[in-house]
Design a protein around this ligand. Structure first.
Ligand SMILES: *Cc1c(COP(=O)(O)O)cnc(C)c1O
Length: 423
């Protein structure tokens, strides 16, 4: 099926007389006839539901839909995008291990790896996503377990050369994890270019209406963990907390997601609520339509800003003048995303003056939803970073992040025109 059809038809498949719409299984627990049956579920001998922290039917239907959209073999929902990236890495890393990460990743991911996971004994090398394959190869160590980057970096809008990163990761026998939040599976499927695991903050375009925080991890099933048992002992040697099950032997291509569910979700518990999964599913139904409009509107706004005399620079990978235009055409020929960044000739003060005079575009700590919104990362999301760290993360101190919604584009441009007259 094509993605438009998957978005509508996949996941919940009602049988005769069942509800047409995905039900919200708002239940912490599930009932069984015999104690023996329940015991087999706990041993992972049978699949079935017993406690929503581990699995819930509403969540599973939505995870299945995202899995099909990405072309993966298994997927799980998490309570947030942060939890998705944390679990995706922690599922294959422990104290003493090493991760390579693109410098332009989302600020929350940057902190997760360089501060919080560093405290857990997992070391992180931050690399420039534009470095050559040779330079990238030098970042690997014997204890490197994975590479992490974003398809389109938030908010730097750097487009990842996925093939280059996959080549480097695979030549060192480790998987490439790609955060595909901004491109969405509608505009890019990182698995087609060699990524092994995809993560999402479903909070953004997938939900699309700024209603629920959520995340998702999808496994392509292409990385053969069993070839490197010394590197990935958690997947390739018996799990004593599950009566000595070896995930790769028992679950094959579903090993990675099964371990993340059975072990990490069991112990850390960042589950998405079924209510949020239901809302996410409603968002997913219109994702292809919305992405088309987001991309169309963003392109028009970018072209408008590029010609404006008070605008110093515009960064949108859909613009032919953009540094990443060729990579964007290669990996996302249908369009990139609805987020634009730009700077004003008047710098930081001009940015504040303009933002305070916008009326349709709201100042919110959010991107990628139906309503146009705006943020100044240096004073908001990234305020804990030094100027050097900001520049390294591809965030100029004067950068305005403008998330173009799906309103009529003429109204969005009129709002900008009005606000820019105060600068
Ligand atoms: C927002 C975001 C995250 C974090 O997701 P939350 O749902 O806010 O926890 C991770 N990666 C990217 C690219 C994001 O934009």
């Amino acid at each position: 099926m094509k993605k438009e059809t998957i978005c509508i038809q996949s996941g919940w498949k009602p049988k005769n007389g069942e509800p047409r719409v995905l039900p919200i299984y708002q239940s912490t627990t599930f009932k069984y006839e015999t104690s023996e049956q329940m015991g087999r579920l706990f041993d992972l001998e049978e699949s079935g539901y017993f406690y929503t922290r581990l699995q819930n039917p509403t969540n599973d239907c939505v995870a299945q839909k995202i899995c099909e959209l990405e072309g993966g073999v298994a997927a799980m929902l998490t309570s947030s995008g942060q939890a998705a990236n944390y679990y995706a890495i922690f599922n294959i890393c422990e104290a003493g291990d090493h991760v390579i990460m693109s410098s332009t990743v989302y600020g929350g991911t940057f902190n997760l790896l360089t501060v919080t996971m560093a405290k857990m004994g997992i070391e992180c090398t931050v690399v420039d996503p534009d470095m050559t394959l040779e330079e990238l190869n030098k970042a690997f160590k014997d204890n490197t377990k994975c590479v992490l980057a974003e398809t389109i970096a938030n908010p730097a809008l750097v487009v990842l050369d996925i093939e280059k990163f996959a080549t480097a990761a695979h030549s060192h026998n480790v998987p490439l994890i790609v955060d595909n939040t901004f491109a969405t599976p509608i505009n890019c499927n990182p698995f087609e270019w060699g990524a092994d695991i995809v993560t999402h903050s479903t909070t953004k375009y997938m939900d699309g209406h700024a209603m629920s925080v959520g995340g998702c991890i999808v496994d392509s099933g292409n990385f053969d963990w069993s070839l490197y048992p010394d590197k990935f002992p958690g997947l390739c040697t018996p799990d004593e907390s599950y009566h000595g099950i070896t995930y790769t032997e028992k679950f094959g291509k579903a090993a990675y997601i099964t371990k993340a569910t059975a072990q990490l979700m069991r112990d850390l518990g960042s589950i998405q609520s079924p209510q949020n999964a239901f809302l996410l599913n409603v968002g997913l139904e219109t994702l292809p339509l919305r992405m088309e409009r987001h991309c169309y509107n963003a392109m028009e706004v970018a072209k408008y800003l590029e010609k404006h005399e008070k605008v110093a620079w515009v960064n949108y990978p859909g613009l032919e003048s953009n540094k990443y235009y060729d990579l964007a055409q290669k990996y996302m020929p249908k369009g990139t995303c609805g987020v634009i960044s730009f700077g004003l000739k008047g710098g930081r003060e001009a940015a504040s003056a303009m933002m305070d005079n916008l009326s349709l575009a709201a100042i919110v700590t959010h991107v990628a939803d139906a309503r146009t919104c705006v943020l100044h990362p240096a004073s908001h999301t990234h305020r804990q970073m030094s100027n050097e760290q900001l520049i390294e993360a591809g965030v100029q101190p004067d950068l305005i992040r403008f998330s173009v919604g799906i309103e009529h584009v003429e109204d969005i441009i009129a709002d900008l025109e009005h606000a820019l007259s105060f600068v």
